[in-house]
Design a protein around this ligand. Sequence first.
Ligand code: MG
Length: 249
Amino acid sequence: MVSIKSSTDLKKMREAGLIAGRALKLAGESIKPGMTTKALDKIVHDYIISCGAKPSFLNYNGFPGSACISINEEVIHGIPSHKRRIQEGDIVSVDVGAFYNGFHGDTCATFPCGKISKEAQELLDVTEASLYEGIKAAVVGARLGDVSHAVEQYVSERGYGIVREYCGHGIGRELHEAPEVPNYGKAGHGPRLVAGMTFCIEPMINQKGDAIKVLRDGWTVVTKNGSLAAHFEHAIAITPDGPILLTKP
Ligand code: MG
């Protein structure tokens, strides 16, 4: 069941979304060579707590961090670690969730650490732009497939791979609600978008090929061929005036 949010709910979701969005921005500004992913996680954790909110991901299905931090060929769900240091030239995906006043916010971006290759920068640009293509398609009266298709078309035209096994999702009182929001699909298909729907669009894009695998830690998802991956996400609300970005600071 897709839950429809009232305007009061949406106000609260914007508050939760802002906390997540600001935590993400802070994480991006804090990344520097030599830093451990655990130290970056602590920055996110402490910020969310300082807002009176809770990190949505901490202990979610047993996840041992407040942010998922995924470097280079890691696509999603990287576990913060005291042993893992971020290096100059890495691309670092930080996925952040905050629970506040009964609602969740969920957002992600991939940040460069120092100077990165032209190819890596291009991957970040295409992935972020594909998120905004999806958001543009998320209007009242459109179908969910239009959103998925918009992301897919933008990405495939540029020759990048799309992760199929993971996707965006409804969000609200639960971190993951219906509907699923795949990053590929048929235009004109799927549920009709109505005002008050809230969901996350989150393209997970590989430099080469769609294939992924899960590492033995049971969490970290990496590209099967070791190519780079990027991930951008916003939670949005469908309104008569167009989509609202709940997680943009
Ligand atoms: Mg998400």
